[in-house]
Design a protein around this ligand. Structure first.
Ligand code: SAH
Length: 256
């Protein structure tokens, strides 16, 4: 991924602007929450600069040509860089309490997952997923962290259905807290033995049932892994597992 451009200065606000055909020279009116944010929160005026990205064609530098209440007209001046690529890693997680769920989604986005797949398990407590809220947390993190790509978010699936429809060629690194005491589940070994597209599967606060544990382990592409001797909360387990995978199989090691 090209380095983040030194110019313009980092203070320039960045906005995720989907479904608009962004191209150099085009003008557009931002009269939704973006217009309100630029005009009334950031109090920007004519000639101020804004960075836009659309999670498809890349990142653009624009400048404001008119401010009317919450309608801000901008003109796109320069294409800055292409949409970044992220490693082919999915996070499959059972929904947990709302704040922690949003935290998990936001941090997984920052850590570079490509897709977020909510999965309903027997002990899932809150399974009313607000996709718009999940996406909003990811967008905010992406805007703040100078990202040009967002993870896709899948519709929630029941665990048996997800496993039955699981795509060929993608390993499921199944985090099982029971493995450590048996001396099993070395993540490091799992990474060495299982290259290629991957997913991490994390259970709900109450863990997987024995029946679910067996069902997952019987799946041809599942790889049971341990996250050490201490029980972690689901959101901690998700972020620890993603970090281990990113370091071992992702893009955290600079190409020498
Ligand atoms: N049954 C415990 C653990 C659930 S934690 C409880 O009730 O709190 C939620 C999920 O995090 C687990 O289903 C598992 O996927 C993961 N997890 C937590 N600690 C782990 C560890 N030390 N090793 C592997 N997975 C772990």
């Amino acid at each position: 991924m090209p380095a983040t451009p030194a110019w313009p200065p980092k203070s320039v606000p960045r906005l995720y602007v989907p479904d608009r055909d962004l191209e150099v020279g085009s003008e557009m009116v931002l009269d939704d929450q973006h217009g309100h944010y630029l005009a009334n929160v950031m109090r920007l005026r004519v000639d101020a600069q804004v960075m836009l990205f659309d999670n498809e064609t890349g990142e653009y530098l624009a400048s404001i040509t008119e401010v009317k209440k919450s309608a801000v007209t901008i003109i796109i001046e320069e294409w800055m860089r292409e949409r970044e690529s992220v490693p082919d890693l999915w996070l499959c997680a059972a929904p947990i309490k709302k704040d922690r769920w949003h935290f998990m989604a936001e941090k997984a986005c920052e850590l570079g997952i490509d897709r977020f797949c909510p999965v309903r398990t027997e002990r899932t407590i809150s399974d009313r997923i607000r996709m718009d809220k999940l996406e909003a947390h990811m967008i905010e993190a992406a805007e703040q962290c100078e990202r040009t790509a967002l993870p896709s978010i899948a519709e929630i699936q029941d665990l048996p259905d997800m496993l039955a429809q699981w795509p060929e060629g993608r390993h499921i690194f199944f985090a099982d807290e029971r493995l450590f005491e048996r001396g099993q589940g070395s993540f490091r070994k799992a990474l060495v033995d299982h290259p290629g597209p991957a997913a991490i599967l994390i259970g709900p606060e109450g863990g997987f049932t024995d029946k679910e544990n067996l069902m997952i382990r019987q799946h041809a592409q599942s790889v049971a892994v341990s996250l050490g001797p201490r029980i972690l909360r689901a959101e901690t387990a998700a972020l620890a597992a993603i970090s281990l995978w990113m370091s071992g199989r992702g893009d955290w090691t600079p190409e020498s």
